[in-house]
Design a protein around this ligand. Structure first.
Ligand code: ZN
Length: 525
């Protein structure tokens, strides 16, 4: 009996050696195509230089339109395999939202992340305090940067799969334009292989996007070249649900170059207070794509600087008129006799949940009946689902209906901020000229369509009894006005004239509140 069992186990052992699983053979074939397991395992350091371009689909000019070209630039990187540390040196020339250049570096290790220089218009308190500017990464940014590092370091990923076969799991084929890529799942990634060459072709994450809900975030690898005995993809195209959002072309790649370890060190004082990588509900798309347009606020709260702001609050501007402030993006809440009007649904459903809870306790029995969006951009509309639960009507600019109709039908099973709701029957109203919202006591809120240089279908909101206007992204009330008028500011004054209203103050989707007279005076110069 004992011999029989031993023989059986022996046979099973042989069988398992002789017949690798489908996943193991896909990984093995990929390793062979890339130069072999030994060549991959011998990589100690890698350096690359390349150029990149970035686009942001949800900052488009037209709702649902072409992604906005946001930046082009250079990225150099050096990686040390043993310490799993990479340094990136960026020069990003932005075209959007304003032309500017950010030159900065990132060092990312398994324990911490460090940013040297200015990389955003939305600097946090730590960056503003440091001289020269630098800051440790938030746990969110660190986790996102580590994930993107792993996605990009494809030789390292295939090597790690070979070393940890049990972590390589079955996955359904990735189907792209009629082609089926056999795939495996590894950590958070699904890797699809070119059926002809065996090379890894597509590295996918199943992400959540505040506008489009459940999305595929893919890097597509091509232009493979031999670099010191290892095949390296010189081209990487990053796609969000199939739309290109970043393209990188390497101009140089080296295997095992000497690297200066000092350039990979995070200062001890920074390290002592640096955040650990976040593990739960990392808002990858927010963290990654706000960097695409150079506006990312590096924080472990996506709404505000968790180290520099006390958080969100509702500030009364006038009886029954409240400004949601304290974060990077604001809303306006107007209390009507038996319901509420909310203008803008920024950032995420988490921010909307905060606002919803605040309104439930401050205005009990008054549901949100109208949700007005000034425009469709992801940072001012990304919390729209969270405000529609009371059966509100969504009020949007002309040409926005189809976009939001599609958005509210998109699958949202991965939404970390709220449970799945069927919002497909939400009434959506386009405003070609103006839309009046009123109550039984005669309070009025009016949305006006306005010409402007920022986005098609932009709305300005007016609360007549408070003599208060509200605009987003074309004027930021609060900070000093520029010395000279610009097209955005001019568009506000033109819209006020066209509407025939006499505002005393404006509140903003950014900033705070300011006197309208200042703007009129500037335009009169
Ligand atoms: Zn905008």
């Amino acid at each position: 009996m004992r011999y029989a069992l031993a023989a059986l186990f022996g046979a099973l052992f042989l069988l398992s050696c002789a017949t690798p699983t489908r996943e193991q053979s896909l990984v093995g074939k990929a390793a062979d195509a890339m130069g072999g397991a030994k060549a991959l395992g011998d990589i100690k350091t890698i350096s690359t230089s390349g150029t990149s371009k970035w686009w942001e689909p949800e900052q488009s000019e037209v709702p649902g339109g072409e992604p906005r070209f946001s930046a082009e630039g250079k990225i150099d990187s050096i990686s040390d395999v043993a310490s799993r540390t990479t340094r990136y040196d960026y020069q990003k020339n932005f075209a959007y939202p304003t032309p500017r250049t950010f030159t900065y570096s990132e060092i990312v290790t398994p324990q911490a992340g460090y940013v040297i220089g200015i990389d955003t218009n939305g600097r946090n308190a730590e960056s503003l305090k440091a001289n020269p500017p630098a800051h440790s990464m938030s746990g969110y940014r660190l986790a996102a940067t580590q994930r993107e590092r792993a996605r990009t370091a494809i030789a390292g990923m295939i090597s790690a799969m070979l070393a940890n076969p049990d972590a390589v799991k079955p996955a359904a084929d990735i189907t792209v334009q009629g082609r089926n890529l056999p795939a495996v799942s590894y950590q958070s990634f699904i890797v699809g292989f070119d059926p002809q060459t065996g090379l890894p072709e597509r590295v996918r994450n199943l992400d959540y996007d505040n506008i489009w809900g459940d999305v595929n975030y893919d890097s597509v690898l091509s232009d493979w070249r031999d670099v010191g005995g290892v095949k390296i993809p010189m081209k990487r195209s990053i796609q969000l649900n199939g739309r290109v959002v970043q393209e990188t072309q390497l101009t140089d790649a080296r295997i095992n170059p000497p690297i200066d370890q000092a350039r990979l060190q995070i200062p001890a004082a920074v390290l002592a207070n640096a955040a650990k990588p976040a593990s739960d509900n990392v808002p990858y798309q927010w963290v990654i794509r706000r960097q695409y347009i150079g506006t990312y606020m590096d924080s472990d709260n996506v709404s505000y600087d968790s180290k520099g702001s006390p958080g969100l609050r509702l500030q009364q501007l006038s009886p029954g008129v409240f400004h949601l402030t304290g974060g990077t993006h604001n809303s306006l809440v107007v209390e009507m006799s038996d319901h509420l009007v909310v203008v803008d649904a920024p950032v995420t459903d988490a921010q909307s949940m905060w606002l919803l809870n605040a309104t439930k306790s401050q205005f009990p029995g008054k549901p949100i009946r109208w949700v007005v969006l000034t425009h469709h951009h992801m940072d001012h509309a990304g919390g729209v689902r969270g405000l529609l639960g009371d059966g509100a009507t969504l009020v949007v600019g002309q040409g926005s209906y189809k976009h939001f109709n599609d958005v509210l039908r998109a699958p949202t099973t991965r939404n970390p901020d709220m449970k799945v709701m069927d919002l497909s029957r939400t009434p959506i109203m386009e405003v070609p000229q103006s839309h009046l919202m009123t109550d039984s006591r005669g309070r009025q809120v009016v949305a006006y369509a306005m010409d402007n240089p920022h986005a098609k279908g932009m709305l300005m909101v007016w609360v007549p009894d408070a003599k208060l206007g509200y605009v987003t992204d074309i004027w930021t009330p609060g900070p000093p006005l520029p010395a000279k008028p610009n097209p955005g500011l001019a568009s506000v004054v033109n819209a006020v004239k066209k509407a025939g209203i006499q505002p005393e103050r404006f509140a903003g989707g950014h900033g705070s509140v300011d006197e309208y007279q200042k703007l009129e005076k500037l335009m009169g110069q």
